[in-house]
Ligand binder design. Structure first.
Ligand code: G3I
Length: 388
């Protein structure tokens, strides 16, 4: 084994132990009062939002929050750092860990009685330059050592503070990618180094994460896995294989980045249910519904209604599957959405506008949550509510 990687692991441990890391500022313990989606949700369903940049949480004071902080605290019971726990943020150089952004999200969540979804430990994207460069010559043994050190350190740092971890993110290609649906052994640097047996590496990533925090629920997570299709069939087979092998896989995450340019797959609920029937928790992890906009940059009234309908169907499917207990929207408002940066001419993807005006999408979800919540009991699935 290359001694370089051994020394990385040792140095990383030393950096953590020496307290050289930038920690998020401590936050006051009192909380903003729950309201809206969070207040209306059944007790067994977390309603989450992704936090695009943790720097917006710096200086948080529950007595005088910014409008963004107030909405984030009051409307949601789960937070996902949209970028701050990814490799390039949290592990920017060999042996150097930067927990500042992740710590801010965790502290804010703690102050507001929210849970946190950790995102993500094994992914082909947003890896730092040093991983991209070094991985070109990695043996599988070296790649395993680097990944294990990362998982031990990051999951260990947040032990007891993360409800769900996206352990493996987007590890399958799509049907339209070269080679079709198969594990990303060309783009993911770790799977590439271990392309002889990528499933063994994936299984070990879950084992390492479980050892570092036995209380966190460990997820596979991906996009285009809403319906029953070739990609979800591949995930289904992988999940069965991992479970049969005793791997602590505990959840399946459906990102649900939808677009009005495409239809809605009605097999969503059946798909969620088949993974739930394997014994897995189900989460909708990155929900948004982007809209192709006109020249004026505005959606039509029909698009606004269609968007609301998509959100309603997504949330309705989650409410109808008992094991779906976490529904996260990929951002709070349209000024904090990744969509316009990536899809030219599309936007309006979130349930709130940039000035936090609640859209019909927000209103239908709130109504759905309200209808599913008789008092303090677990949810009543849509269509099953007894007449008073
Ligand atoms: O941190 C740098 C900053 O230093 C620099 O000044 C700035 C200039 O553009 O870029 C900053 O990095 C950006 C990063 O977000 C943090 O803001 C990247 O350019 C930008 O590409 C990155 O985009 C994120 C994207 O993942 C990266 O792949 C999006 O915000 C985030 O919403 C998106 O999230 C992914 C999920 O993790 C996985 N599923 C798909 C989803 C959407 O792509």
């Amino acid at each position: 084994m290359n001694t370089h990687w051994k020394s990385i692991a040792v140095r990383a441990a030393a950096v953590v132990a020496s307290g050289l890391l930038v920690a998020g500022a401590a936050l006051p313990a009192s909380a903003v009062k729950p309201d809206g989606l969070r207040a209306d949700a059944p007790k067994d369903l977390k309603i989450g939002a992704a936090v695009w940049g943790a720097k917006e949480l710096v200086g948080y004071d529950p007595k005088s929050p910014t409008e963004f902080q107030r909405v984030l605290a009051s409307e949601y019971s789960s937070l996902t750092p949209e970028n701050d726990m990814k490799w390039d943020s949290i592990h920017p150089a060999p042996g150097v860990y930067n927990f500042s952004g992740g710590d801010l999200v965790v502290s804010f969540a703690k102050a507001n009685h929210q849970v946190v979804r950790g995102h993500t430990l094994l992914w082909h994207s947003q890896n730092p330059q040093w991983v991209t460069d070094a991985s070109k010559t990695w043996t599988c043994t070296e790649a395993r050592l680097v990944l294990k050190d990362h998982i031990d350190t990051v999951v260990g740092h947040y032990k007891g503070q993360i409800q769900q971890w996206d352990v493996a993110n987007e590890i399958f290609q799509d049907t339209w990618d070269q080679g079709g649906v198969r594990l990303r052994t060309d783009k993911n640097p770790f799977l590439k180094a271990c392309s002889q047996d990528p499933v063994a590496l994936i299984g070990d990533a879950f084992r390492w994460a479980h050892a570092a925090d036995p209380g966190a629920v460990l997820f596979l997570n991906d996009y285009n896995v809403e319906g029953i299709n070739a990609k979800t069939n591949a995930y289904y087979a992988l999940a069965k294989e991992l479970l049969a092998d005793g791997v602590p896989l505990q959840g399946f995450g459906l990102q649900a980045h939808l677009s009005l340019a495409y239809g809605f797959d009605d097999s969503l609920q059946a798909n969620m249910q088949r993974f739930a029937d394997l014994g897995l928790e189900i989460s909708l992890t990155e929900v948004d519904v982007r809209v192709p906009l006109g020249e004026d940059g505005e959606p039509s009234q029909q698009q606004v209604a269609e968007q609301a309908d998509r959100y309603q169907r997504l949330l309705g499917a989650c409410l109808a599957v008992e094991q779906c207990q976490s529904f996260t929207i990929w951002g709070v408002d349209d000024s904090r959405s990744w969509v316009p940066d990536v899809f030219a001419g599309e936007g309006y993807a979130l349930p709130m506008t940039g000035d936090f005006a609640r859209k019909p999408a927000y209103q239908v979800m709130r109504q759905l949550l309200h209808d599913a919540t008789p008092g303090n009991s677990p949810r009543v699935a849509p269509g099953q509510r007894k007449a008073k």
